[in-house]
Design a protein around this ligand. Structure first.
Ligand SMILES: Cc1cc2nc3c(=O)[nH]c(=O)nc-3n(C[C@H](O)[C@H](O)[C@H](O)COP(=O)(O)OP(=O)(O)OC[C@H]3O[C@@H](n4cnc5c(N)ncnc54)[C@H](O)[C@@H]3O)c2cc1C
Length: 394
């Protein structure tokens, strides 16, 4: 693929970021872009409107080798941090539900197993999850503990050669369809650990959350765990306390920054294209100074988001990505993406609220990223603690 094609694929590459990509990044970008343009965009609005999970599109993502988030394990597609970020960006440019699915499957579930699992757990689950032949979920949030999930109340007690899990979880992506769920629970020593609950385990009940107006094409569930018994071998041996959970979340925060960029690029492209054609007062919208100012303002934010993402990928590839930088990038990019989507929706006038023009879907979907993996406020508090040395959470 020629560099110019990659630039065109980025659409907004005014600071020549594509010139930094290697062969692998170009390949992932081109592959994800083709999947999004040819297979996702033609059908996704209908899935979104019906709030239906597009299982065939998800399996296809696995076939195409797009699900890995940079995990280094045999049978899992090899991806540099930049490749993983570009995949997240492009998936979100297509659809936030599919990007959310991939984030849960790879960024949360596979990463938990990769970081903390035994060799048997990794061999059993990682390749199957990467191919999307098995579906995964990551159950941390509870009805009474979201931002303060470190206070989680789900318990795990040892009974012979089994752990018994009791409690409730909320907002769990794939929770109703997953073959394996990483459940975070408090052990008898008070420490938080991860437990693999397999599909069909008695006492595990999941109910899909309905009435959701963001990322409608992926399902989150309320889960009740009543005397759920898992073999001792299903505990993640490397997860020893809540800080370990945080290590997984720090990785997915940087993917959120790339996803936010994807939504913003989609919104910007739609606004530029619409304003180039639409005529009012006898002129195309792009001929009005105020419209140009709005488009330039959007581009300004998009380029800033790209620079954050590029730097995240560079630091990550050197193993030098600081949690605070990941928080800062998520905070910056999600808040800018909300503004860019809102501005695009404005420029499309009445047509901006029609699903067929995609912008409203992106505007709604970006609201989910604003909240999950730690809300904008929580990212602010994390960065604030780092720069002042004072935690202001409580
Ligand atoms: C679409 C979607 C998918 C999700 N997927 C998953 C998943 O797969 N697995 C999983 O475990 N969880 C998942 N979540 C849960 C998500 O991580 C939580 O929603 C998030 O952490 C916020 O928790 P909460 O919704 O309980 O909000 P709350 O924590 O109740 O926050 C409500 C408001 O209070 C603010 N707030 C909270 N604490 C403070 C404070 N100390 N100071 C100032 N303001 C504060 C927040 O910023 C927010 O504005 C998902 C959520 C959504 C919406």
């Amino acid at each position: 693929m020629l560099l110019t094609d990659v630039s065109a694929a980025l659409g907004t590459d005014f600071v020549s970021i594509a010139a930094e990509f290697g062969e692998q990044e170009r390949d992932y970008l081109a592959r994800t872009r083709a999947y999004v343009d040819d297979e996702v965009l033609p059908v996704i609005n209908d899935f979104w409107e019906r709030a239906e999970f597009p299982l065939d599109l998800v399996r296809r993502m696995g076939e195409l080798g797009l699900v890995s988030d940079g995990i280094d394990y045999p049978g899992v597609p090899a991806m540099s941090p930049a490749s993983a970020g570009l995949v997240a960006m492009e998936l979100s440019r297509g659809d936030g539900s599919l990007a959310t699915f991939a984030g849960v499957q790879a960024g949360l579930t596979m990463r938990s197993i990769d970081h903390f699992g035994s060799e048997e757990q990794k061999a059993r689950w990682l390749p199957a999850l990467a191919r999307c032949e098995a579906l995964g979920a990551f159950a941390l949030t509870e009805p009474d503990h979201g931002s303060d999930s470190l206070l989680l109340e789900t318990t795990a007690r040892l009974d012979g050669d089994e752990y018994v899990l009791d409690g409730a979880k909320r907002w769990i992506g794939n929770g109703s369809v997953a073959d394996v769920v990483v459940v975070w629970a408090r052990g008898e020593d008070g420490k938080v650990g991860g437990y693999l609950v397999e599909k069909g385990t008695p006492g595990y009940e999941a109910t899909v959350i309905t009435g959701k107006l963001s990322v409608r094409a992926v399902w989150q569930a309320d889960i009740v765990l009543t005397d759920v018994r898992v073999p001792v071998a299903n505990k993640l041996p490397g997860a020893r306390n809540f800080k370990d959970t945080g290590k997984v979340l720090a990785g997915t925060r940087s993917q959120c920054a790339f996803s936010a960029l994807g939504h913003a690029v989609a919104a910007y492209d739609a606004a530029l294209s619409y304003a180039s054609d639409r005529k009012q007062f006898g002129k195309r919208l792009v001929e009005f100074q105020i419209v140009q100012a709005k488009l330039v303002g959007m581009l300004q934010e998009v380029v800033g988001m790209q620079l954050y993402c590029m730097r995240l990928a560079q630091l990550n590839s050197r193993g030098a990505l600081d949690d605070t930088v990941a928080s800062l990038a998520k905070l910056n990019n999600t808040s800018k993406a909300r503004q860019v989507c809102l501005q695009a929706r404005d420029l499309l006038g009445g047509n901006g609220i029609l699903l067929e023009n995609h912008v409203m879907r992106h505007l709604a979907d970006v609201e989910a990223i604003h909240t999950y993996e730690g809300t904008e406020t929580i990212q602010t508090l994390l960065v604030g603690r780092d720069i002042t040395g004072v935690g202001a959470f409580v």
